[in-house]
Design a protein around this ligand. Structure first.
Ligand code: AMP
Ligand code: ZN
Length: 453
């Protein structure tokens, strides 16, 4: 379905009188993290995160995210987090006060009687509308709708994957000093490439505009994070699995494979590989599509395939139940190397295709982007093919995994572009960012309003 944009005069809420410091409260509940953030964007384009907190449901006994457990955790925690966030709302300024006292339409009163403080009311409420697990999304959306109606401000229901893609722009705004006179321009500017590598997604996106993200390659089976989590359970010693703080076993896999700081451990590993003509322990982790030969393999340039790596590692682990720690560590390194080289091959093929113009940045976002070895493999692959000028942009890990700050930022960019979401908008399980997808991309969904049309 194509964009169902209606017009400003149908909007139920007035425009905020001052755009100098836009404030939004944002909610993210698409998977197993209940997350709430308060973000303010200043006149010079910088941003301040007044509140950013999340609670992750404990799914360890299930070995992966169990939808009912995640849903119950959202129900339990969302209101608690929102109440905490309200305490971080900035104190109301003079312009928020009317001659007779504080203007209730612009403030939120906290406490009661003599202890009442007046805080600035968010200009709008942002929430993840999709993609994600329906029940989980609904908990966040219903809470956001309640806040928007209670505060009489607009609602912004944004796309989770768009938010991952825009994360580096949030980070640049957060790093720009609020006092600086020079206005911050959005950085990186469009166009740029984005790898969204998470527990649920593996896509290479050509981001051409706020709502225009063309998918150049995507997985035809498992998501990279999902495969690495499963693979980690086959590789990691029992004691490490038992002491893992959550089900992000891929994170533990990285710590097990490369326990030191810095890149010299990667170089040592690569040198060791080059030195020996035979596999060190008698097994090999196969590269996807390698058996097809280079010409046929290249026809799969729009696809990633990770399930083969997973089954190959499982086979090795089942055949060698008595693996000692160095062999397990080598298997962990090989599994990651093959996975990341396969990922890198798709960006190199896309760049070699010649149809991409003006690309200077490759953003790597999503939970798997926290992996430092991935950064090393990607840089090596780009340099090997002469793409030295393409800079890699890895947002800090806390903004790479699911978080409400990136949702708040996406709400900010969409709000400034004039977009609002109808209160009747529903959660959506599958919602591609690509305008050429069957859903029509970000704006293809019903429920959008634009005050600038
Ligand atoms: P997300 O779906 O964006 O919240 O990301 C979660 C996924 O990222 C899970 O599959 C995690 O195991 C994975 N992940 C988190 N940290 C790392 C890491 N250091 N290396 C590889 N994968 C990771
Ligand atoms: Zn995500």
């Amino acid at each position: 379905m194509r964009a169902a944009c209606r017009f400003a005069n149908r909007l139920p809420y007035p425009r905020p009188s001052s755009r100098r410091h836009l404030l939004t409260l944002a909610i993210e509940t698409s998977c197993d993290d209940t997350s709430v953030a308060l973000l303010e964007k200043h006149q010079n384009g910088s941003a301040t995160l007044h509140f950013d907190s999340k609670i992750t449901s404990d799914n360890r006994i299930y070995g992966g995210v169990a939808p009912i457990v995640a849903h119950e955790s959202h129900q339990k925690n969302i209101a608690v987090l929102v109440e905490k966030a309200l305490l971080s709302l900035p104190v109301a300024h003079k312009q928020d006060a009317s001659p007779g006292g504080y203007d209730w339409s612009r403030t939120v009163a906290l406490g009661n009687g003599s202890l009442t403080t007046f805080r600035r009311k968010p200009a709008f409420v942002t929430v993840t509308r999709g993609p994600g697990m329906r029940a989980s999304l609904i908990t966040g959306i219903d809470t956001a709708k309640g806040l928007a109606v209670g505060w009489q401000v607009p609602l912004l229901g944004v796309n989770h994957m768009q938010a991952h893609a825009l994360t580096p722009r949030l980070v640049a705004a957060l790093n720009h000093p609020q006092e600086e006179m020079i206005t911050k321009t959005l950085d990186p500017p469009f166009p740029f490439l984005t790898f969204l590598v998470s527990g649920g997604h593996t896509i290479l996106v050509h981001s051409k505009g706020l709502c225009d993200h063309e998918i150049l390659a995507e997985t035809n089976d498992l998501a990279i994070g999902d495969m690495l989590d499963k693979t980690a359970r086959d590789i990691l010693p029992e004691a490490i699995l038992k002491s893992a703080p959550d089900v992000m076993y891929a994170r533990s896999l990285e710590a097990f494979a490369f326990p030191e700081e810095g890149t010299s451990q990667y170089e040592r590993f690569e040198k060791e590989r080059r030195k020996s003509s035979k596999p060190l322990y008698g097994w090999t982790v196969n590269t996807p599509y390698a058996k097809l030969g280079p010409r046929i393999a290249a026809t799969y340039k729009h696809e990633f395939s990770f399930s083969g790596i997973g089954s190959c590692v499982k086979g090795i682990a089942q055949a060698r139940t008595d693996m000692d720690t160095p062999e397990r560590q080598h298997l962990a390194r090989e599994a990651m190397r093959v996975t990341f080289e396969h990922l890198s091959s798709r960006v190199v093929l896309a760049l070699k295709g010649g149809s991409l113009q003006g690309i200077n940045t490759l953003v790597v976002s999503g939970g798997v982007a926290s992996n430092k070895y991935l950064k090393h493999v990607l840089r090596t692959a780009l340099d090997k093919d002469g793409y030295h000028e393409i800079s890699l942009n890895f947002p800090p890990p806390k903004y790479c995994t699911d978080n409400a700050a990136m949702i708040a930022w996406t709400g900010m960019e969409m709000f400034e572009a004039g977009w609002r979401t109808e209160l009747s908008a529903m959660a959506i399980r599958k919602w591609s960012v690509d305008p050429n997808s069957t859903e029509g991309g970000i704006l293809g969904l019903d429920g959008w309003l634009n005050v600038k049309s």
